[in-house]
Design a protein around this ligand. Structure first.
Ligand code: N01
Length: 528
């Protein structure tokens, strides 16, 4: 008998929901979590300004109406402290902590062919066995720490947004440098600028950012939205991105330019990523995309006082939306502050760190604190960190030329292993919580079925996996997405194979495919 029926790796949104659901099916489940508390993404990303950019109405579990009714979100978009408190509340409410080992990193998982079980080894040297392993490690949890020349000799403090310290970091009066202008940098920069004595932003690639227009929620606002749309969750689950963005149903190309301008104005004023869903062809037609990109570039020129700074902040090297769109509070206006400077790393790359700062273009920028907002080894990175070995070899080796997984849920050659939001699923192109819930429901029902049928080994066939990977690529190629050197493509990690990793066909379509696979007796999987 194994120690557990199921080992779950990670106690964020996915791991907590898995534990609750698997336990509900009577399965002996244990969760290992590297952090010293639950929360996953929202435990680690505590940098100033950290906030989700999916509205709080949708960025929450839907599986328990009681939980939904009792939790009050404070703002239109949930902040990191609020999200962490929510997940801690979930852990307590469902009595989950007794089956979670905190501060425990899973180092390896090895499949034992003699018993068809997994041997899971943790950083403390302990080893447990389980029939199934489910990875709930998140897509953006392996931080990228570039090794700049001289970094180790820097006398100041170096922090990464993706593993920010729990205690407050006070930069009052200090000279702060931020490297990176993705979502994390763009959220942190305005908050740091208010506190720092001086802030220098080191930008390699300008990014498109939209105003969030965050605000406190009116009392009863969510309740009335739910009353007005009783099938709100069902609509979200069947939608393209797992949340209702009031998507337009017309193409931009061919539309009246005045009407387009008015619609983009309206959405800009309303705030949020719904701006990108104004027309049906923004993600697939270069002409439509150019109109929207020009609109945002014009806005940047309007907001930023110094024309040269505005020029450097205006993205020109990728279609809008092909790198993850950013959503900000006061990002561009921050560059009008007297204590903020922008360095264009395309013109003046980082040469080296010194004890006192960073040398760019032959001059030293003196700094007390450097914030690396340099992102993550996305989607595959968190899995790569675990030595996962199946009967035929390691997952790292199998994926060295790009990840291969059937439905983004399981990989051929790795029996009894499931992945939540793995490569080839909508994951990062969607509202993660809705996608997580869909995977959790699918995986739990599948394991339940396997246990009832006495199945010992269960894994996708190579043929099914190959066909799925081909389909994921075909769909990506129908969009403008592969045009950008994005982390979706693995392009941000030196040496990583470039391949578009998520499924771009939409959350609703994907759900139907997964449901169809299950209804067909788990088509594409082999069992012993
Ligand atoms: O990371 P990023 P992130 N030298 O990879 C630069 C989610 N998220 O942490 O573009 C100099 O987007 C890099 O430059 P370049 C969201 O899905 C969500 O900001 O590679 N610069 C880029 O500017 C998001 O997309 C939320 O040329 C270097 C930046 O660092 C994802 O997480 C909030 C460099 C990295 O940007 C990742 O966002 C935060 C180097 N060596 C995050 N290496 C919300 O929900 C990298 N860069 C709001």
């Amino acid at each position: 008998m194994t120690d557990h029926d199921v080992v779950v790796i990670g106690a964020g949104f996915a791991g907590l929901h898995l534990l609750h659901s698997l336990r509900g099916r009577g399965l002996r489940t244990h969760v290992f979590e590297r952090g010293s508390d639950v929360g996953g993404t929202w435990f680690w990303n505590r940098y100033p300004g950290a906030r989700c950019d999916t509205p709080s109405l949708f960025y929450a579990y839907s599986f328990d109406p009681g939980l939904e009714a009792e939790w009050r979100w404070e703002e239109r978009y949930p902040s990191q402290p609020e999200l962490l408190a929510y997940l801690q509340h979930v852990a307590d409410r469902f009595d989950l902590r007794r089956d979670i080992s905190l501060g425990t990193t899973v180092e390896s998982a090895e499949f034992d062919e003699a018993t068809d079980t997994w041997r899971v080894r943790t950083g403390d040297g302990a080893e447990v066995t389980a029939r199934y392993v489910v990875t709930a490690v998140g897509c953006l949890s392996a931080a990228q720490d570039p090794r700049f020349p001289g970094l180790d000799g820097f006398a100041g403090r170096v922090l990464h947004t993706g593993h920010w310290p729990a205690e407050e970091v006070d930069v009052s009066g200090l000279r702060v440098g931020v490297i990176g202008t993705g979502s994390s940098g763009i959220q942190a920069i305005p908050v740091l600028a208010e506190q720092a004595g001086h802030l220098t932003v080191f930008q390699r690639t300008a990014n498109f950012s939209l105003p969030a227009r965050n605000r406190p929620l009116e009392p009863g606002e969510h309740e009335s939205e739910r009353r007005d749309t009783p099938d709100l969750w069902e609509q979200a689950r069947r939608s393209p991105a797992g949340a209702l963005w009031n998507a337009g149903d017309e193409a931009l190309v061919g539309a009246d330019p005045g009407a387009v301008r008015a619609e983009l104005d309206r959405r800009w004023e309303f705030g949020g990523a719904g701006f990108m869903t104004a027309y049906t062809d923004i993600a697939v037609d270069e002409k439509a995309n150019d109109v929207v990109a020009d609109y945002v570039r014009d806005r940047i020129q309007d907001i930023v006082d110094d024309p040269e700074t505005a020029r450097v902040l205006s993205p020109h090297d990728h279609p809008i939306g092909t790198k993850r769109i950013c959503v900000d509070t006061d990002y561009y206006t921050t560059y009008n502050r007297a204590n903020v400077a922008l360095v264009d790393l395309r013109e003046s790359p980082i040469e080296r760190f010194t004890a006192d700062g960073i040398v760019v273009g032959g001059r030293e920028v003196p700094l007390d604190v450097v914030v690396l907002a340099t992102g993550f080894d996305a989607i595959t990175g968190p899995l790569d960190r675990i030595a996962i070995t199946g009967p035929g070899g390691s997952l790292r080796d199998k994926w060295s030329a790009g990840p291969r997984a059937y439905l983004g849920l399981a990989s051929a050659g790795f029996p009894n292993l499931f992945m939540v939001t793995g490569p080839g699923s909508p994951s990062v192109l969607s509202n993660m919580v809705v996608s997580i819930e869909q995977h959790v429901d699918w995986i739990v029902a599948c394991i339940d079925h396997l246990v009832a049928d006495g199945v010992s080994r269960f894994a996708p066939t190579v043929e099914a996996e190959d066909a799925w990977v081909a389909q994921v690529n075909e769909i990506a190629d129908m969009t403008l997405m592969p045009r950008a050197a994005s982390w979706y493509m693995g392009a941000n990690v030196p040496g990583k194979t470039r391949i578009f990793m998520p499924f771009a066909g939409g959350v609703g379509a994907y759900r139907e495919i997964c449901d169809g696979v299950a209804a067909d007796g788990y088509r594409g999987f082999a069992r012993d």
